[in-house]
Ligand binder design. Structure first.
Ligand code: ADP
Ligand code: MG
Length: 317
């Protein structure tokens, strides 16, 4: 099939707005808006493979596991990853199918429950970096550490009751279902894959994979997906139209097109926050270096404009 193959990584705001509670209705409405944007991109001739985050949904599911522990067993973090992938994947395939039908585009849409291989030797297992789920008082946090073996940390030092469970966020090594994804894409399908960064798994001696309790960064996994399916472009959609230097300062400046070397320089100078813009720029750098082609970071509503070079931040080799 003709048309550029673009891995599109959707941020949290594509599914739940910051001010919302996160009801089913709210999430479906947001996903529907996202689906309209995806339909425009498909109509313009691009072939998107869509991936997405799951932070708020996984956080909510973890609360449900905690609160119902006296009645039913709490599921593991790997299972929560699978459940949220299914949840969001369904919403996306449901709304994207409809928006394509409405635009008179005959393309099958499906999501692939995706496992992503990680290494047990990843340094993040020794010093977990990713906070998940609810905030606790120090007493509750200590109790969970004793009784459940959670690793807990005060995530906002000095702020009362800002203790949270932290989990490892290892580097993705490979997308286990890459062949299935490739074949679906080659057959003309619109595929949603590696949601929430993928379900982390480790390879066992007998060749099987088993679940790992970790959360992979969706932007890093998005790059892996792009690499594994040989994509022409990586586009990361979030809630800002451009990446800025001196972000939120009086002299902040939006970046239009930068080289990998420039991006690395800004990254080392601390212009991009570790838990938010940092991994996006890192993923974009990796993609541009690996492919020799461009990666784009922009907002959801500017996606098509950015693909056409009219806006967004473009990172090129
Ligand atoms: P997503 O859910 O899309 O991954 P994040 O909140 O993790 O969203 O990342 C997007 C956020 O990154 C923006 O809303 C912005 O507040 C923040 N950010 C940090 N540094 C920068 C920067 N240098 N330029 C633009 N945005 C930045
Ligand atoms: Mg993020």
């Amino acid at each position: 099939m003709a048309g550029e193959l673009v891995v599109i990584a959707l941020g949290g705001n594509a599914i739940k707005q910051a001010h919302e509670e996160g009801t089913t209705e709210e999430q479906i409405l947001n996903v529907d808006k996202t689906a309209r944007e995806m339909a425009l991109i498909i109509k313009a001739g691009y072939r998107p493979v869509v991936t997405h985050g799951n932070g708020p949904q996984a956080g909510a599911l973890l609360i449900q596991q905690e609160e119902s522990r006296d009645h039913v067993p709490a599921q593991t973090l790997a299972v929560c990853g699978a459940m949220t992938q299914g949840q969001i994947g369904w919403m996306m395939q449901n709304r994207m199918s409809f928006r394509l039908l409405e635009a008179d585009i005959q393309r099958p849409v499906c999501s692939v429950i995706t496992q992503v291989e990680v290494s047990e030797d990843d340094p993040d297992f020794k010093d977990p970096s990713k906070p998940v789920g609810p905030f606790y008082t120090p007493e509750k946090a200590q109790e969970l550490q004793r009784e459940k073996g959670y690793i807990v940390r005060e995530v906002k030092p000095g702020v009362t009751n800002s203790w949270r469970r932290v989990v490892p966020s290892p580097e993705p090594i490979s997308i286990v279902e890459r062949e299935s994804i490739k074949q679906l894409v080659e057959a003309g399908g619109i595929v949603i894959a590696s949601g929430g960064g993928g379900i982390p798994v480790k390879r066992e001696a007998d060749g099987s994979f088993s679940g790992v309790d970790a959360v992979i960064d969706k932007d890093r996994a998005g790059f892996k997906l792009a690499q594994d399916i040989n994509a022409d472009k990586l586009m990361i959609l979030t809630d800002v139209e451009k990446v800025y230097i001196n972000y939120n300062k009086p002299d902040q400046k939006g970046l239009d097109s930068i080289s990998v070397a420039e991006a690395e320089g800004y990254l080392n100078d601390g212009h991009f926050l570790a838990g938010s813009m940092g991994p996006k720029v890192q993923a974009a750098i990796r993609f541009a270096k690996w492919s020799g082609k461009e990666a784009i970071i922009t907002s959801l509503d500017k996606a098509l404009d950015a693909l056409e070079g009219k806006t967004g931040t473009h990172i090129v080799k």
